[in-house]
Design a protein around this ligand. Structure first.
Ligand SMILES: *Cc1c(COP(=O)(O)O)cnc(C)c1O
Length: 397
């Protein structure tokens, strides 16, 4: 397959069967078939793509770092001949992953230091991140948790479920639990339901969310049965992860619509990546397609300082420029919050373009998206004129 690098993939298209012609359609639509036929070796990958030497050497390296896995569904979105294809850059390893930038770390967000119990990250006052698995349907090369994800790296995720439930029961200030990993939707319906049911048995937990890229990597997994199960545990939100408009295929749209029809509110978390989505036009096309799928763009992340991710990093100023290119220019619902997850464990910090030109106790001077300047008086300076006493109204009520 060959894609025009400069077209913005505005339409919801099915790319199946693509590289997998001859595959029975019922097999293609079966998520177990997709998982079983993931591309995990150099030989398999070379059957479909013309690899660059950077990619070939990257694949060989991945076995000792972060495993390679690509679902047939996702492979179909790749350009056969272009190593700079925005889909390839996300999941095909490159030798640049062996380069370590000066400030890069194994655990850039300082999660391990914030685990009161193995697998449970408690950083914020009222909510926790619960890492329930180390496996994903496919592996993003810039994974913030590559130290524990996929099984190929040095460290292992060693979640202690019983200890985690006990911690959650004891900590009545926790009202929000975010299931992540790895990808929780890789569990069977029954296994996932056991976790949700257990969490729902804890009275002070109000809000549940799942972070998952499965709707994008493996839309076949979003079965009516899964959606019926999830529906029993509302309010349950889902954060998906799409970076480029081409990822929103017809099958992905149908999967997202199925979730929305079962009352699951959805947000999208994108990571700002060089050569993938580091321009306004691509990001605008992405957020428009997300809105069409009833997904609210939630966060745009500056890439964490993960080891070997320099080739995918762009300056923070680029993220600000993208937000500035969206705000006012398109639907407010389509604008994600750009954040830096503070290195070392400070949590997510919002980064915004500067719209406030001056602010003192008398006034705030602001500019709009077109650069026009306006002034708003500070409340202490508001001049009030006493209102005329209202005319007396006779009323029997
Ligand atoms: C991102 C994150 C959350 C959730 O943050 P929100 O801003 O509420 O979406 C919670 N805990 C940890 C450790 C996180 O990294």
């Amino acid at each position: 397959m060959h894609f025009d690098r400069h077209s913005v993939d505005k339409d919801f298209i099915s790319y199946a069967p693509g590289y997998f012609s001859g595959t029975d359609i019922s097999q293609w639509n079966d998520h177990s078939w997709q998982l079983k036929h993931r591309i995990t070796s150099l030989t398999q990958l070379e059957k479909h793509l013309n690899l660059s030497s950077e990619e070939r050497n990257g694949v060989l390296l991945s076995g000792t770092k972060l495993a390679m896995a690509i679902t047939p569904h996702f492979l179909n979105l790749m350009d056969r001949d272009d190593p700079e294809c925005p889909i390839r850059r996300q999941v095909v390893p490159r030798i640049e992953e062996a380069l370590e930038g000066e400030d890069e770390m194994a655990d850039p967000c300082g999660e391990d230091a914030h685990m009161p119990v193995p697998g449970l990250v408690h950083r914020y006052p009222d909510r926790v991140l619960f890492l329930v698995t180390s496996r994903c349907a496919a592996y993003c090369r810039y994974c913030t948790r590559s130290r524990v994800v996929s099984g190929a790296g040095q460290q292992e995720l060693d979640t202690d479920f019983e200890a985690a439930y006990q911690y959650l029961e004891e900590h009545t200030e926790i009202r929000d639990v975010l299931l992540s990993g790895g990808d929780p939707l890789l569990f069977t319906d029954d296994k996932l339901e056991r976790i949700l049911k257990r969490l729902r048995s804890i009275k002070h937990i109000e809000f549940l969310r799942i972070g998952s890229r499965i709707p994008i990597f493996l839309p076949q997994r979003i079965t009516p049965r899964l959606c019926e199960m999830l529906k029993k545990y509302h309010p349950l939100f889902l954060s998906v992860h799409a970076n480029h408009p081409r990822e929103l295929t017809l099958e992905v749209k149908e999967a997202l619509e199925r979730l929305a029809d079962h009352g699951v509110p959805m947000g999208n978390q994108s990571v700002l990546l060089r050569g993938v989505n580091d321009d306004v036009e691509t990001m605008k096309a992405l957020v428009h397609k997300l809105l069409m799928c009833r997904v609210k763009p939630y966060y745009l992340y500056q890439l964490d300082l993960i080891r070997g991710s320099q080739h995918l990093r762009v300056p923070v100023s680029k993220g600000i420029e993208i937000i500035e290119g969206l705000r006012g220019h398109t639907t407010g619902y389509g604008i994600p919050q750009f954040v830096i997850d503070a290195p070392g464990g400070g949590g997510k910090v919002p980064i915004n373009p500067e719209y406030v030109l001056q602010h003192n106790d008398k006034r705030v001077v602001i500019r709009n998206y077109e650069g026009e300047v306006f002034e708003y008086p500070e409340t202490s300076e508001l001049k009030t004129t006493p209102l005329e006493p209202a005319a007396k109204i006779d009323c029997d009520c």
